[in-house]
Design a protein. Structure first.
Length: 237
């Protein structure tokens, strides 16, 4: 029975890996096409004028490419789960190298958002003052925070999903955590397209996430987790 379950799980991850291969390629192609179409060719001034005129569409293209980079992380794990029965150590090594590429890709995406900020700022003033340099550094920090927020939301959602399946905490609390994590990741992604609504987004995603985290912390601190019945029976007297 255990072998059948392991085989079924392996086939599930294999299908997921196959789908992700196609999805990542398609999303990356669409995002790259949007970026190249908006920016076009020419001098810095010509590019900055076109990008500033279609800033929202350019942000959508950047977010599309970002989704491809994040999906590559899930693809690396799906491939690891598929190939682990063949050679666990080699599969782990392959996943590590793939995750390193995904991490570096996120840095590249961050640089793209900062470059967008420079293109838009160039329309107002070609000379960078000290105040503009501080604003640039603030943009770098905000972009990295948004990318980190997306990754945190995905990871938190997976943790709460495992809590939901294991029933280590009340199921309604785990469900709240999953919804809050999904909202967290989604609004951080939306903040890359609509940065002017940052304060509004925080008012939406912070309360449910805080409630889920505090409730989970109290449950784990007060009640810990219950050991499986089989493990209790097998424990020595």
């Amino acid at each position: 029975m255990e072998n059948i379950e392991a085989y079924t799980t392996q086939r599930t991850y294999a299908r997921l890996a196959g789908i992700l291969f196609l999805v990542v390629i398609l999303i990356a192609f669409v995002g790259g096409s949007i970026l190249s179409r908006v920016a076009g060719n020419g001098t810095f001034g010509e590019k900055s004028a076109r990008i500033a005129a279609s800033e929202r569409l350019y942000r959508v293209g950047l977010c599309t490419v970002l989704i491809a980079s994040v999906s590559s992380t899930l693809l690396a794990f799906a491939l690891y789960a598929t190939l682990r029965p063949v050679n666990r150590l080699v599969a782990q090594l392959a996943m590590i190298f793939s995750l390193e590429d995904s991490f570096l890709a996120l840095i590249v995406r961050m640089a793209s958002f900062v470059r967008l900020h420079l293109y838009v700022s160039a329309q107002a003033n070609h000379a960078m003052t000290a105040e503009q340099l501080v604003d640039l550094l603030r943009t770098i920090g905000a972009t990295m925070e948004n990318l980190g927020g997306i990754c945190f939301g995905i990871g938190s959602g997976l943790f709460f999903y495992l809590f939901f399946k294991s029933r280590y905490i009340p199921k309604f609390l785990a469900a709240l955590g999953m919804c809050a994590s999904l909202m967290w990741a989604g609004l951080y992604c939306a903040n890359l397209i609509f940065p002017e609504y940052d304060a509004l987004f925080q008012d939406i995603y912070l309360p449910p996430m805080a409630l889920a985290d505090i409730g989970t912390g109290l449950c784990l601190a007060l009640f810990a987790v219950k050991a499986p019945a089989t493990a209790i029976q097998a424990a020595p007297a």
